[in-house]
Ligand binder design. Structure first.
Ligand code: PLP
Length: 469
């Protein structure tokens, strides 16, 4: 028998890179945090990605501590399928009332984005069964998409992260079907307009539906603005509306994943949903997932929002949502999320992150797309959600060789320069690769902090650029 020690394995937590020194977040205040890595302490780091586009109120918010204390005293636990709680009700009402009128009618509160995807898939399937459409089982999502790391979520997703688990996933040939990704920087043809590109994608979806028998299609699933997969491309004009119309035409559910881009991250007017930038209220999704900024990282909460259309089918059908998980609608999570969302609304923080996020995007474009740095191919995004794409050749958009691990190298350099970012190495199914740096700061970020962050990111880009010469 062998014995092992924590020291020998460097960390007792089985997550991420095992057997290696880990980076630890020690503490923080506002957008700043202190990280310990390889025995070295980095303080005053601007968290440019708020964890994983999560911590909308930043670190150490005293108001949130009070909300959590009150909530913990008030309500310990009840099993939500039998005896729910008013906190969950209030949060659902808040979300519905702060969305476009008539968009949503009911909400399920889960504990993570992946879990929300799982529940959404089941709700959509049950919806088709409830209205006696058992053949409608196929789900169409995009190539290169990410919807979480559980089995159903990986089945509708399509990133290299899920590839090793393919044999365990829902049938990829006949059930979880893929349509082309939306990645204008790499996929728009020379001379093609934004509208033409969007229409090309929509036409392809229609062809896929027709080729697969419309009577067997359950749903179409996309992220409104994709985050960790292809790096925050703003949807081409008419694209989302085109998808909505096709779904209506063939009686298919339209699902938006707003786990990363939603709940205030990309909307200027206090509305919670990113799609409200691109779609009219009558074109709202039939079902939507949310997460991340909902609990701002103080609690683990995410959700599934359903439209009146979906709710009505359940009410006139069996009247029961199949599946009841122990920690759904957890009162502490719901009360805290509600308090956080009320604070964000009261203090106009979605407008703040929209304004200062767009300022960050503008400044990054000016600073990084210059010939001096020479390795930034694109800077794109909206509101508080931006991406820097690093390339070997700006003219041809040729990516760096994956073996160079550019995205993770950039993240390490950025930390040395005082910024925490999310570096992602992307890949498609055809040998294509790319390196993106995702940014999604806390909603409280100020203009001064944006300026400092841009300085630090410029320094990081110049450092990497020099290293590569
Ligand atoms: N959907 C999208 C678009 C995401 O970006 C993520 C996480 O990054 C998820 C779903 C999964 O959320 P979670 O990590 O909370 O399970």
């Amino acid at each position: 028998m062998t014995t092992s020690t924590v020291k020998e394995y460097k960390s007792a937590v089985f997550q991420g890179q095992v057997g290696k020194e880990k980076a630890f977040a020690k503490n923080g205040k506002g957008v700043y945090m202190t990280v310990e890595k390889n025995g070295k302490e980095y303080s005053g780091i601007i968290d440019a990605i708020s964890g994983a586009a999560v911590a909308s109120l930043g670190w150490g918010d005293e108001d949130v501590y009070d909300i959590i204390q009150d909530a913990a005293r008030k309500h310990t636990y009840s099993y939500p399928a039998y005896v729910t709680n008013q906190e969950a009700e209030k949060l659902a009402k808040f979300y519905i009332e702060n969305s476009a009128p008539g968009a949503f009618a009911s909400c399920l509160w889960t504990c993570s984005g992946s879990e929300s995807t799982e529940n959404a898939l089941k709700i959509m399937r049950q919806y088709q069964l409830e209205r006696n459409m058992p053949k409608k089982v196929k789900m169409i999502s995009r190539e290169c998409s990410y919807h979480g790391f559980t089995m159903g979520a990986m089945s509708v997703g399509n990133t290299p992260r899920g590839a090793p688990f393919k044999d365990l996933m829902i049938d990829q040939e006949n059930v979880c079907i893929k349509m082309p990704r939306c990645y204008p920087y790499r996929d728009m043809k020379e001379g093609e307009t934004e509208e033409e590109y969007g229409k090309r994608l929509v036409d392809t979806l229609e062809k896929i539906i027709l080729d697969n028998d419309p009577d067997t299609i359950c749903s179409v699933i996309v992220e409104t603005v994709s985050g960790s997969s292809v790096g925050t491309p703003v949807p081409p004009k008419g694209y989302l509306k085109g998808l909505r119309d096709i779904c209506n035409k063939y009686d298919v559910l339209f699902m938006l994943d707003e786990v990363m881009c939603g709940t205030g991250r990309c909307n200027p007017n206090g509305k919670l949903n990113c799609w409200e930038n691109f779609l009219a209220p009558e074109d709202a999704p039939d079902i939507q997932t949310v997460g991340k900024t909902l609990g701002s990282g103080y609690v683990t909460i995410a959700g599934v929002l359903v439209s009146p259309k979906v709710l009505d089918v359940f009410i006139s059908g069996s009247g029961t949502i199949l599946g009841a998980q122990t920690y759904h609608s957890h009162a502490l999570n719901c009360a805290t999320a509600l308090g956080i969302q009320e604070k964000i609304k009261r203090e106009g923080l979605t407008a703040n992150v929209f304004k200062n996020g767009n300022l960050m995007g503008k400044m990054l474009k000016e600073a990084l797309l210059s010939d001096e740095t020479n390795i930034v191919g694109d800077v794109r995004g909206i509101g508080g959600f931006w991406t820097i794409e690093l390339v070997k050749n700006k003219q041809t958009k040729e990516p760096f060789a994956p073996s160079l691990k550019i995205a993770s190298r950039f993240s390490d350099i950025a930390l040395e320069c005082g910024a925490n970012v999310m570096g992602i190495a992307g890949a498609d199914n055809y040998g294509g690769t790319w390196d993106i740096i995702c940014l999604g700061p806390a909603f409280i970020i100020t203009e001064e902090e944006v300026k400092l962050l841009v300085e630090r990111l410029l320094k990081a880009v110049k450092t990497l650029s020099k290293q590569l010469k």
